[in-house]
Write a protein of this length. Structure first.
Length: 184
């Protein structure tokens, strides 16, 4: 799905504030960002790694639990990932969970073009060792993150979808969902 003309990409490339506090996302749905808990709003508009932010805010170690991963063929094209229908990608699901509290802070689903990653990173990602952000930091890989979409997820959740570009090519498409109750 291509971004709509209404989604304020420029705000999240250079700013974390939206005048009026309401955005219209890529699905033409409205989301009142100003009504969300402040830290959750921060997570939605930041282009940094979520795990580090969660650990600093909740002051506990956050584990990245691998809920499953494997190679899949795309049934439809993924323009945001620059991938055609039928291409193989690594699909990965993880949960971000406080090790002391047991609280679930979020989940993420990623589609990863392994052909666009350095070999060592490919090996570590397919091993499911740690989170993507941690791996990228450990390897010192230069990347650019681009927020593509935000919106409601179920009755009491929100999501953000962003992609990670490596050498200016889309390599990963990540959708993170956050339960609002964990942030109130």
């Amino acid at each position: 799905m291509a971004p709509s003309g209404n989604f304020p990409f420029a705000y999240f490339q250079t700013r974390g504030f939206v005048p009026g506090g309401i955005i219209t996302n890529a699905r033409d749905e409205s989301l009142a960002l100003k009504a969300l808990p402040p830290f959750l709003r921060t997570l939605l508009v930041t282009d940094g790694t979520v795990t580090k932010h969660l650990e600093a805010y909740f002051w506990e170690e956050v584990a990245v639990e691998n809920l499953g991963q494997g190679m899949v063929r795309l049934a439809t094209p993924s323009p945001w990932l620059g991938a055609a229908a039928g291409e193989s990608v690594l699909k990965r699901r993880v949960r971000l969970k406080g090790t002391a509290s047991g609280r679930v802070y979020g989940e993420a689903e990623s589609l990863i073009r392994l052909d666009r990653l350095p070999e060592r990173l490919r090996v570590e990602l397919t091993a499911g060792r740690i989170g993507i952000g941690e791996l990228l930091r450990e390897r010192g890989l230069e990347t650019y993150r681009e927020i593509l979409d935000l919106g409601r997820a179920g009755e009491d959740g929100v999501y953000r979808t962003y992609r990670i570009l490596i050498q200016q090519a889309p390599a990963m498409l990540i959708t993170e969902t956050f339960p609002c109750a964990a942030y109130r």
